[in-house]
Ligand binder design. Structure first.
Ligand code: BGC
Length: 717
């Protein structure tokens, strides 16, 4: 934990402080500078030669991975620089390192923080052995707009869930994995107008604090070491130059004690924002606001010493930033030994254990959107029959690894085709690709002919991995047109079509929903994609993922999210003059929290322990959950609350809790949720964090649209 509550961190800070006292101003600034070691297309000026390193002009690196390469740089830093201080090595280890885990959005659909922690732990352990000491994860931006491609990298649209996942990820990377985590992108980066990456937003403090800030706070409470300041501006002030956000809120109000790194060039970009005149002014504004470390470039080295000499920045601030960076190096053990023992690396990556964690995470992240009863395809029941397999990712080991998978190993991915052939030994798997999003041109006619002879068709369709992640904003969330056209031909065969959708965001399922026999949303599932798909299709695992983003019916409906504010003209579907679209049904196609199972669950006998509570009080709502189907499975029981009258308009629904439980067929269990009055607090019109007295509704639900079990209660003065 990178907080003074931790004696180890206090000690690291003290050691760092003593060292900083011996350093010149220039040496201190070097610790706040990061260089990139590989060429990059965005800004070729960032290419740094060994010579730069020899001159000892940076405290951290980006783009250096692999034990031997990192050892080389550590040797230069610790043998050839004035104070011999090792380097931090940063890398975007977003969902796995060598073993690729499902994308974070998929992980969130498990509704299990432990899965997120397990994935981060493996990622951290593998990254560490690659010489990486610092990951730029977790991304905890609340994602309400599927046009924004980075929905893939976060934990969905809900603040409560994202907050829990954020803490789990920090523990996984830092406590279990042994590397630094970084909360990003601070803040409201995901609220970009129109879903356009890098764009800014106008946002009230109430929305910022009630919706976007809590996951970041959870990271701090979990002891996170670093934060990343975002590219965007809020209400006209770029976040990488906002003293209010980086200092008053982050340090003073939330008590963050680690250090802040800029996003890639986000300080330099203050010039393009029209917020700074030139590089020097940008440094004054960015560093002055609290961006301790500059991601890439020499600007801090060039300008901070002069700004201190001119009295515009203080050396004390520089010493403090430097102390925090060096303290992290002590905490990581780099100050004692920065080298990776390459002799011990064999057999440490992509182990059976890590693969099992990836497989478990993947199958638990899949969301069954539709099933007319065709699934599961139990192998015994399909002996001697023909299973058609088609589509661009049926035999693919790359796209299914998703965006941001730098150290991926596509050759070691378990492909869907291989896994299904192994799982259905008694059946005939007939594979034809049929359609592609790459340069190859599969024979569509041959594929359709082959599929026509099958008893069932599994169509593995996808959004290409380069269409999700950073800089992948889109105005159409449809599957690529060639795939839609191909699907038409498959549907025309009149065979049951099981759709597998690999994607980094919710795609439009509206016209496919009722024509597919089943739809299993598998996201970008990672290294064990194929095994996880086989687990679910065969019924060896009963899917239990629940959507953590709402699915738009049409792209033009974005942003669509469940916890919207109340309006004076709610879309109840009775009047013309309601808040809705003329050409599209109201609400999400699949709401937040939605997901099917091979069994069914019933919630009955709802009860509430009291009909009111005081400001310090709590009450309990409960119900009986029964597995009413014929196979075992897991239900995600969800608790929502609505604050009926507030001093500002309130969300129509808010997730306040959830429980995932396993039930055998016919088994029932009592589930209860405690609601504390303090859980209902929010930042009000005067920016006070209060639980307002008044009437509330609680729901125990299957998903955010389910209002079948409601309870009324009051909070008193
Ligand atoms: C992204 C960050 C990432 C950084 C370093 C930026 O463009 O916004 O999320 O950590 O690059 O790769």
């Amino acid at each position: 934990m990178y907080t003074s509550k931790n004696p180890e961190y206090r000690e690291a800070r003290e050691k760092a402080r003593s060292l900083v006292k011996t350093m010149t101003l220039e040496e201190k600034v070097i610790q706040l500078t990061q260089f990139m070691v590989t060429e990059n297309t965005y800004n070729p000026d960032h290419v740094e030669e060994d010579g730069e390193m020899l001159a000892g002009r940076c405290g951290s690196l980006l783009g250096a991975t692999g034990a031997e390469l990192v050892n080389k740089y550590q040797r230069i830093a610790t043998e050839c620089t004035p104070k011999n201080i090792p380097l931090l090595v940063g890398c975007d280890v977003i969902h796995g390192c060598c073993t690729t885990m499902p994308i974070p959005l998929a992980q969130s659909c498990t509704f299990e923080p432990q899965i997120v922690r397990d994935c981060a732990a493996v990622a951290g352990k593998e990254a560490k052995l690659q010489g990486v000491s610092w990951t730029y994860a977790p991304m905890v931006d609340i994602a309400r707009d599927a046009r924004w491609g980075r929905v893939a990298e976060g934990f969905g649209e809900d603040t409560h869930l994202c907050t829990q996942m954020a803490a789990a990820a920090v523990h996984g990377y830092q406590d279990d994995g042994g590397i630094l985590a970084c909360m990003k992108h601070y803040i409201a980066y995901s609220a970009c107008e129109g879903g356009k990456d890098y764009y800014g937003c106008e946002m009230s403090d109430q929305t910022l604090f009630n919706t976007f800030l809590p996951p970041f706070k959870a990271g701090i409470d979990a002891g996170v070491a670093t934060f990343m300041s975002s590219f965007n501006d809020i209400n006209g002030v770029p976040c990488s130059a906002s003293r209010k956000l980086l200092w008053d809120v982050l340090r003073e109000r939330l008590g963050f004690e680690g250090f802040v790194i800029s996003d890639y060039d986000s300080v330099l970009e203050l010039i393009k924002h029209g917020y700074a005149e030139d590089e020097k002014d940008a440094v004054l504004k960015g560093y002055g606001a609290g961006v301790d470390v500059l991601m890439l470039g020499n600007m801090y080295n060039k300008h901070i010493p002069a700004l201190v000499a001119e009295g515009k920045l203080t050396e004390d601030q520089v010493s403090e930033s430097c102390e925090k960076v060096i303290a992290a190096k002590y905490m990581l053990g780099l100050m004692d030994d920065p080298y990776i023992d390459t002799a011990k690396l064999s057999g440490t990556f992509m182990t059976e254990e890590y693969r099992e964690i990836a497989r478990n995470a993947a199958r638990r992240s899949f969301v069954l959107l539709e099933n007319d009863g065709i699934l599961p395809l139990v192998p015994d029941e399909w002996t001697g029959r023909k299973i058609g397999l088609t589509g661009p990712v049926a035999d693919d080991g790359d796209t299914v690894l998703g965006c941001w998978a730098f150290l991926k190993n596509p050759a070691k991915t378990v492909k869907i085709k291989d896994a299904l052939e192994a799982a259905y030994k008694g059946s005939e798997i007939i594979y034809e690709k049929g359609v592609s999003f790459r340069d190859d041109a599969p024979d569509e006619e041959a594929a359709i002919r082959a599929m026509a002879g099958c008893d069932v068709i599994i169509a593995a369709m996808a959004e290409p991995e380069w269409e999700s992640g950073e800089a992948t904003s889109k105005t159409s969330l449809d599957l690529p047109k060639p795939q839609l056209d191909y699907l038409e031909k498959l549907f025309a065969l009149g065979k049951p079509v099981i759709l597998l959708i690999a994607a980094g965001r919710p795609l439009i399922m509206t016209d496919l929903k009722d024509r597919a026999a089943a739809i299993l949303y598998i996201w970008d599932a990672g290294t064990e994609c194929g095994s996880a798909v086989a687990d679910v299709l065969t019924g060896a695992y009963n899917p239990a993922g629940r959507m953590t983003v709402s699915f738009p019916r049409r792209s033009g409906q974005c942003p669509v999210y469940y916890n919207v504010k109340s309006t004076g003209r709610p879309p109840v579907g009775k009047l013309i003059f309601e808040s809705k679209y003329r050409d599209c049904e109201i609400g999400a196609l699949y709401p937040f929290g939605y997901g099917k199972s091979y069994t069914t669950f019933e919630h009955t006998d709802g009860a509430i322990s009291a009909d009111s509570m005081g400001q310090d009080g709590s009450l309990t709502v409960s119900c009986t959950v029964k597995n009413t189907g014929s196979c075992a499975g897991e239900d995600v029981v969800q608790l929502y609350v609505r604050d009926l009258i507030g001093s500002i308009t309130r969300p129509v629904n808010e997730l306040k809790g959830y429980k995932k439980l396993f039930l055998e067929p016919g088994e029932e269990k009592r589930v209860s949720f405690e609601i504390k009055a303090s859980d209902l607090a929010f930042w009000n019109a005067d920016m006070e964090f209060v639980t307002e007295p008044g009437a509330f509704k609680a729901r125990i639900a299957h998903d955010s649209s389910d209002d079948s079990m409601e309870f009324d209660f009051k909070v008193t003065e």
